[in-house]
Design a protein around this ligand. Sequence first.
Ligand code: MSP
Length: 514
Amino acid sequence: MSKRFYITTAINYVNGQPHLGHAYEEVVTDVIARARRSLGQEVFFLTGLDEHGQKVQQAAQAEGKSPQVYCDELAADWKAFTQKLELTNDDFVRTTEPRHKEFVQAILAKLHAAGQFYKETYEGWYSAREETFLTDKDRRPDGTFDPAYGEVVKLQETNYWFKLREHQQWLIDYLEANPDFVQPDHRRNEVLGFLKNNELEDLCISRPKARLNWGIPLPFDADYVTYVWFDALVNYISIPAAHGDPAINSALRTPHSALELWPADLHIIGKDILKFHAVYWPIMLKAMGLPLPKQILAHGWWQKDGAKISKSTGNIVDPIAVINEWGLDAFRFYVVRELDIGPDGNWTDAGFRSRYQAELANGLGNLINRSLSMLKRYRNGVVPARADELAPDANKVIADTRALLEQNQLQAALLAIWSLVTRANQYVDQTKPFSLAKDPTQAKRLDEVLYNLAETCRVLAVLLWPFIPNSATKIYGQLGLSEAPEKFSGANWGGLQPGHSIGEPAPLFPRKEV
Ligand code: MSP
């Protein structure tokens, strides 16, 4: 067995219900995972929940529940959410699971024994909301701290610290030698700029139980729990280890079997947690003697109506409500089509509706429906002889889409695919099959047009499968094909066999009155 393409999302804090930002990250990751499988790779897609730390402890307290009960209840909602999005994740991690906790403790014990930690009393500023120590360097020009930190208090505390400083130059060199390690480029430059202009502070990896007890106990000091980020980042290797990954288990000298996952191929994260993934995580891995992930891909943040998404102001998009009203594929399509992986985006209900109407209902949906309905009406649903007029257009889009999917350029891939939708819709308008059908001398020409259209619909189903799997499957069903359009190799022009009978056409994206 060979190494799988291993792709992860950030693990979500379980302190509320999923919103658009979480859904976006999950959908993007799922599209990449499906695309890789379609292209023939074996994939392992991991997502899950970050359940420890102050945010979760406080949220549980506010509801008068024990943290574990609180997490168990919410975890059920989050798991249901992955099903609502029809994610193809291969595992779902909860950081309160024994398989994760035991692994974190093994890592901590190993690093402690290797002298990577030291204990020291620190006096400084602390943001309880962000669970982080701050220094004067974190102050804004007017001397205050960013309101995102909430209340910042003076704190004196003895803790364990992880030595980061000595790895600073190594990390700069690594980032410079491996331009793909952090993407997009401007995010890589942000990390490099930070590393070149600041001396790295060591990382506090413990919290005294007296102040915060909802965490993984340090294996070498019973008075402390593990800092939540040290715990959370380790999920990316604790789960491979639980599946027997040889790279991790041999580094830790524990038994291993055959599921090869590490190093991860792709960590998909939001821009706000870049420093944790591009600075702390590589240094943690280096200290453990493990190879680094191949790429960290940071996406932007969604706003709604030009303002921050926020539970407290009620400015949210509830993905479940959108999916219930418009269908899952409309939601998946919209978020990937609207926002490239990198920049920030803005959700407006009007923008969503107009893409639905123009691109799904009038674009793709109309093409499929009229192509198959005409084949049904004029040829009783029987595929005519092969004809290749649209083959050059289709072949170009197939090649472009493959190249874009290999580079995780999802929005660009959708644009390429839509150029074929548009071309085929124009082809209907130009060739006018409804007029050809009235003229018996044009029967052969009508056959050609109908074949080109039906085969283009089939190719589109294959190309679209990673993005909108339900609609792609329905297109195949309407074409009377029993297999799923889940293998990219099936996109080759000419797959539809003359003499084959198609199924029943039905609208994919019903037009909605607005
Ligand atoms: N628990 C940490 C991640 C630990 S990873 C080892 C965390 N959780 S989170 O729930 O706050 O965020 C999870 C992911 O959702 C992050 O990648 C974050 O960037 C993303 N998003 C949260 N709000 C978002 C938007 N408004 N828009 C896009 N993504 C957003 O951070």
